[in-house]
Write a protein that binds this ligand. Structure first.
Ligand code: S3P
Length: 177
């Protein structure tokens, strides 16, 4: 079975950038859950939140994430999967993550994360205090579900990806020289 590496972390922690870079370097497939939800819904995340509400977004997200992880499980290629920041709050996703051996948390400083996330159309990054509150609410869950925590503070995409590859090497993950 080919390895599946899963990136979790708060909005603006760099999951997409690191996932992309990492997958390219490893020659693995890369899947980013958020754009797949958008593609399936035929609407942007901001529109889904506005028109159908967060609960509808989470239902769609659950289907996409579990489907992705099932596919990765049977793939003959290594896979990097980047999850949306709130995916960990979906009980079925959290339960699934507890069984996955390569769950990496990108641990970013909340203020740096906000500086990045606020420039986007993310519906849950509209207000700094709300953003920090949400982070505080989720922090424990991220740490609980992560097998490995990578400090992204002060670190660029390459440094973070290199650190993850070092862990994979140490673990003797197949396909890592
Ligand atoms: C969310 C994070 C976003 C996206 C949605 C909700 C969250 O993904 O799924 O806006 O609840 O933390 P990113 O973490 O990729 O920004």
């Amino acid at each position: 079975m080919a390895p599946t590496l899963i990136l979790i972390g708060f909005m603006g922690s760099g999951k997409t950038a690191v996932g992309n870079y990492l997958a390219r370097g490893l020659g693995w497939d890369f899947f980013d859950a958020d754009p797949m939800v958008e593609e399936q819904a035929g609407a942007s995340i901001a529109e889904i939140f506005k028109q159908e509400g967060e609960a509808a977004f989470r239902r769609a997200e659950e289907g996409v994430v579990l489907g992705l992880l099932d596919e990765a499980d049977v793939s003959s290629e290594g896979t990097v999967v980047s999850l949306g920041g709130g995916a960990v709050t979906i009980p079925a996703v959290a339960e699934r993550l507890r069984c996955e051996p390569l769950v990496f948390l990108l641990d970013e400083d909340v203020n740096r994360a906000y500086a990045r996330a606020r420039r986007s159309s993310r519906p849950l990054a509209r207000d700094a205090d709300e953003f920090r509150r949400l982070y505080a609410q989720r922090e424990k869950l991220y740490l609980e579900l992560a097998r490995y925590v990578v400090d992204t503070k002060e670190n660029d995409v390459k440094t973070v990806a290199d650190e993850i590859v070092m862990v994979l090497r140490r673990l003797g993950v197949a396909g890592i020289a």
